[in-house]
Design a binder for this molecule. Structure first.
Ligand SMILES: *Cc1c(COP(=O)(O)O)cnc(C)c1O
Length: 393
């Protein structure tokens, strides 16, 4: 495959070599292992003198096709695909950090990632410091002699905070730190962190990359030397992506660019329209003028993404009433689907926190996260509007 083709084209055209059947669409390679003609070819594969497949925990044609597309889309040197987004988070950290190392993380971060960093990394002697986005002095003050990695996501889930990738890229270069970015909310068609100095980019492919709410998956791409360490760690610890899920995800990448264009269009239109609803006190979307980091979002993203947040007046109770009044939108714990989804962090994912604790991580009582789907935007807006009408206390 010519590397001169645009990454979007490569996401459509990269394909495992055809079999003698001449199939147009890649078949599914449901096989745990691969056979060798003789002892010598098996020895050569194990010695990495050939790139023959050995065992599907190490590599598989469907997984390799998906990985090659992710590498092309992110402009990376190499990659490894994982069973879920969380195994990409965990694998990319654990393969590269050791006991005694220190990690800097932006304070607004996906809940399960927060748990990995605060509850599990310390069990292995890895310490961490959370720093607020945009506070340059705090970032400088957080650097210790044993700091090895900076980890962040942008836009963040669910607060939609935007971190300045160019600034962090310079910061990590100056301090010789590994720069690891969770690019899940933007997807590579809207944002490519490697252009700003990221060394590793990870994804929950479960979200926009699948885009149809079917399978779990994860992706890690980046600098070849770091990916080599991650590959060696993951192939023995076992978070490999299944061939079936890779087959689904590789097909999904063929439509990622067109899907994201429509998701962004719909999200912008819905966010802009709903700003003026009387029961809404705030709407947050990276490409809406009022967003606190609007300029940074415009600088580093090609579109604002498919998620916006709104704050219903009346706090937790109004948020619950809003969810109950929805007629079309799904109330479910996922995002990045063709179907629009609403969630209310204060009464679900973050219900165990006090108001003060929630406020510290940017989750206000009436915060609703909307993942905007591919339905006609007028229908999406109408359903949210009528539910907002009924959310008044
Ligand atoms: C969902 C999510 C993850 C975890 O991905 P899974 O595929 O559910 O394991 C990681 N980061 C972000 C930003 C997410 O939204």
């Amino acid at each position: 495959m010519s590397t001169k083709l645009d990454p979007i084209t490569q996401a459509v055209r990269i394909q495992t070599p055809r079999s003698e059947q001449g199939e147009h669409s890649t078949p599914l390679f449901l096989t745990s292992s691969f056979v060798f003609d003789n002892a010598e070819s098996m020895r050569a594969a194990f010695a990495e003198e050939s790139d023959a497949n050995i065992y599907s925990r190490f590599s598989n044609p469907n997984v390799d096709e998906f990985t090659a597309k992710m590498v092309a889309l992110e402009g990376a040197e190499a990659g490894f695909s994982t069973a879920s987004g969380m195994s990409a988070v965990f694998g990319s950290i654990m393969a590269l950090l050791s006991s005694g190392d220190h990690l800097i993380c932006s304070s607004s971060i996906f809940g399960n990632t927060h748990t990995v960093i605060t509850k599990h990394l310390p069990r292995f002697g890895i310490t961490y410091t959370f720093v607020p986005a945009g506070d340059a002095a705090a970032w400088e003050a957080a650097v210790q002699p044993n700091t090895k990695m900076v980890y962040l996501e942008t836009p963040t889930n669910p607060q939609l905070e935007i971190l300045d990738l160019e600034w962090v890229g310079k910061f990590t270069k100056k301090h010789s730190l590994i720069f690891n970015v969770d690019n899940c909310f933007a997807t590579p068609v809207l944002q490519t962190p490697i252009d700003f100095g990221a060394d590793i980019v990870i994804h929950s492919a479960t979200k926009w990359i699948d885009g149809q709410g079917r399978v779990l998956g994860g992706s890690i791409v980046g600098r070849a030397d770091l990916i080599r360490e991650i590959y060696l760690f993951c192939r023995v610890t076992g978070p490999s992506l299944s061939a079936f899920n890779a087959w689904v995800l590789s097909k999904s990448l063929e439509t990622l660019d067109v899907r994201m264009q429509r998701h962004c269009e719909n999200a912008y239109k819905a966010a802009e329209t709903l700003q003026s609803h009387p029961n809404v006190s705030l709407v947050k979307y990276p490409f809406l003028k009022g967003h606190p980091q609007y300029d940074i979002a415009k600088k580093q993203m090609k579109g604002g993404g498919g998620v916006f947040c709104l704050e219903v007046k009346g706090g937790v109770e109004a948020g619950r009433k809003f969810l109950n009044a929805l007629q079309m939108l799904s109330v479910t714990a996922n995002l990045g689907d063709t179907r629009s989804i609403a969630s209310h962090p204060a009464s679900t994912t973050h219900s165990k926190l006090t108001d003060a604790e929630r406020a510290a991580v940017g989750i206000t009582p009436g915060l609703i996260r909307i993942s905007v789907g591919l339905e006609k935007v007028e229908d999406i807006i109408a359903d949210i509007s009528q539910a907002l009408d009924k959310s008044a206390l």
